[in-house]
Design a protein around this ligand. Structure first.
Ligand code: COA
Length: 161
C-alpha cells in the first residue's frame, strides 16, 4: 500500500522552506499531496489559483507530488483523500504551541489521522512567506528564499519589473 501524506498550508507564496519539507517528506512517503488552503483568515497577496499554479510550476518535475486545494476543515479533506498523515514543518519554539493545538484538535475530530512534524532546516528556520513578501516589496534580494518562478511572480505583483 502506498504511503501518502498531505502537506497543507496557505503557500502565499511557496518558499524554499516549504520545498525543503516537501522534499524531505518524500523520503518518508511515496507520495505527497500539497494542499492549498483557502484560508479566509489570511489576507493573501496571490489568488488561490495563482498560488496553485506557482506550486505546480515549481514542482513540475516531481512526479510523486500532486497539488490540490481545499476549503473547510483540513481533517475533512484528509479523511476524503487517500492519505492518513498530515505533514507540518516546525520552525521554532514559537510554532509549537499553535501546531500542538491544531494537531490535538485534528486528532480528536478526525480519528485515525496522524500529524507528522518535521523540523525546518536551519537555513529556513526564520523564513516565512510574509517576510519574503516584505523584503521583495522593498526591492530586496529574495534569491535565497524562493525559486526564480516565485521571485518573478512576486516582482510582478509589486510592479518592480
Ligand atoms: N519553512 C519556512 N516557512 C514556513 C515553513 C517552512 N518549513 N512552514 C511554514 N512556513 C511559514 C509560511 O510561509 C507561513 O508564513 P506566513 O504566516 O507569513 O504566511 C507560516 O509559516 C505558516 O504557514 P502555513 O504552514 O502555510 O500555515 P498556515 O497558517 O498558513 O495554514 C493550515 C495552516 C492551512 C494548515 C490551517 O489553517 C488549516 O488547516 N486550515 C483549514 C481549516 C481548519 O481545518 N481549521 C481547524 C484546524 S484545527
Amino acid at each position: 500500500m502506498k504511503k501518502i501524506a498531505v502537506y497543507p498550508g496557505s503557500f502565499d507564496p511557496i518558499t524554499y522552506g516549504h520545498l525543503d519539507i516537501i522534499k524531505r517528506g518524500l523520503k518518508v512517503f511515496d507520495h505527497v499531496i500539497v494542499a492549498v488552503a483557502c484560508n479566509s483568515q489570511k489576507n493573501a497577496l496571490f489568488t488561490f489559483d495563482e498560488r496553485v499554479d506557482l506550486i505546480r510550476e515549481v514542482l513540475k518535475d516531481e512526479s510523486r507530488v500532486t497539488v490540490d486545494t481545499f476549503t473547510g476543515l483540513l481533517i475533512d479533506y484528509v479523511a476524503a483523500s487517500e492519505a492518513s498523515v498530515i505533514i507540518r514543518g516546525l520552525r521554532a519554539i514559537s510554532d509549537f504551541e499553535y501546531e500542538y493545538q491544531i494537531s490535538q484538535m485534528n486528532s480528536s475530530i478526525g480519528k485515525g489521522v496522524e500529524t507528522l512534524f518535521m523540523m525546518t532546516s536551519l537555513q529556513y528556520g526564520y523564513l516565512s512567506s510574509s517576510i519574503v513578501k516584505e523584503v521583495c516589496s522593498l526591492n530586496g534580494n529574495i534569491d535565497g528564499f524562493v525559486p526564480p518562478e516565485v521571485k518573478k511572480a512576486l516582482r510582478l505583483k509589486y510592479r518592480l519589473d
